[in-house]
Structures are given as structure tokens and as C-alpha cells.
Write a protein that binds this ligand. Structure first.
Ligand SMILES: Cc1cc2nc3c(=O)[nH]c(=O)nc-3n(C[C@H](O)[C@H](O)[C@H](O)COP(=O)(O)O)c2cc1C
Length: 168
């Protein structure tokens, strides 16, 4: 897929066929994370690729909307705020994680997969389920699989000109 086709194809998908994602495809998606930049190259993140159905169902139970239980794979993005670069005393972990997650998301779309960022979940409960070590926290969940539904109608509340302004 051409790059702009990948960008256009990425939409949030919340239902998947039961087909597993081949391990080599998951590995390839993971390699996209290595290309991501991070402030001072600190890479204050790591990823747990969950394919165990029982654990995915447990993760589903700690999300607000509860649709990830049928996903064949869930990538849990862990972040370490103290391990990130700080600007004016403020950790830029979330910025680094946003960049690397989108690398992962777009690589997944290029492989024919679909997913949806999940930010609405009980972080402490997810940390417990995933045995997240001290200093780290589950920042985002990304269920991935082969779509069994189309995306919702495309709506953007702000037009291009409101987001992107040329200053000369
Ligand atoms: C940081 C972040 C967190 C999100 N969390 C959730 C979530 O918890 N549940 C959900 O259904 N969608 C979630 N979304 C998906 C957004 O609702 C979706 O990206 C937005 O409505 C635009 O639709 P699109 O992704 O199809 O273009 C999240 C997206 C982002 C970027």
C-alpha cells in the first residue's frame, strides 16, 4: 500500500474475525516501533503483545466499552514517565508513546490489520493483569485483527484549514 493509502485506510475498527494474526506479522509490526523517534532517544516504552485469549478477555473486562475481548491480539503499550526526557520538569513520555503507537498502528494497517486505540480502561487493573513492573504503567491498549466491520462514517469536527495554517 502506498503511504497515503495507509493513512486513509487507518480508521478505528471495533470488531474482528477470529482469525489469528500470524506471529511473523506481529514481529514485523513490532519492528516499526524501532523506527520511531523519541526525545533524547530514551525510548521510555515497551510493548506486550497479548495473544492469550483468556488474558485478552480479562483485559476486556477492565475497559470501559468492552469490545476488545474478541480481538485475536492486543498490544499493551507500557510507559515509564521517569525514564522519559523532561521539559521544564514535565515528562514527555506521552508524546513519545503517541509517536511510537502510530508507527505501530500504521504498520498494522499496511499489513491488512485494523485496530482501535483504547485509552478508556482501568489502568491499575490492567497493570495488575499484565504484571507491569514498578515505575511502569499501562498507557494504551491496541486490539488488532482482521476487521469484521467497516469503519463508522467519517466525520471530522474541524476542517483542514482550522488545523493547518501556513504562516509566511
Ligand atoms: C488516544 C486515543 C484514545 C482512544 N480511546 C478510545 C477508547 O477508549 N475507546 C474507543 O472506542 N475509541 C477510542 N479511540 C478512538 C477514537 O474515538 C477515534 O480515533 C476517533 O473517533 C476518530 O475515528 P477514526 O479513528 O475512525 O478516524 C481513541 C483514540 C485515541 C487517539
Amino acid at each position: 500500500m502506498e503511504f497515503h493509502e495507509v493513512l486513509a485506510a487507518r480508521r478505528s475498527i471495533r470488531a474482528w474475525r477470529p482469525d489469528p494474526v500470524p506471529p511473523e506479522v506481529l514481529e514485523k509490526i513490532g519492528s516499526a516501533a524501532l523506527n520511531a523517534p523519541s526525545a533524547c532517544n530514551l525510548q521510555p516504552y515497551r510493548f506486550l503483545v497479548v495473544t492469550r485469549a483468556g488474558l485478552i478477555r480479562q483485559l476486556n473486562d477492565v475497559t470501559r466499552q468492552k469490545f476488545i475481548g474478541q480481538a485475536p491480539a492486543v498490544i499493551a503499550a507500557l510507559g515509564n514517565a521517569d525514564g522519559a526526557w523532561h521539559r521544564d520538569g514535565h515528562s514527555l513520555m506521552e508524546f513519545d508513546l503517541g509517536i511510537v503507537m502510530e508507527h505501530i498502528m500504521l504498520a498494522a494497517v499496511a499489513e491488512g490489520l485494523s485496530g482501535c486505540y483504547i485509552g478508556a480502561f482501568d489502568v491499575k487493573a490492567a497493570d495488575r493483569l499484565l504484571n507491569v513492573p514498578a515505575g511502569w504503567t499501562t498507557f494504551m491498549l491496541l486490539p488488532l485483527g482482521y476487521a469484521s466491520e467497516g469503519p463508522r462514517p467519517f466525520v471530522r469536527s474541524r476542517s483542514g484549514s482550522a488545523l493547518w495554517e501556513t504562516v509566511k
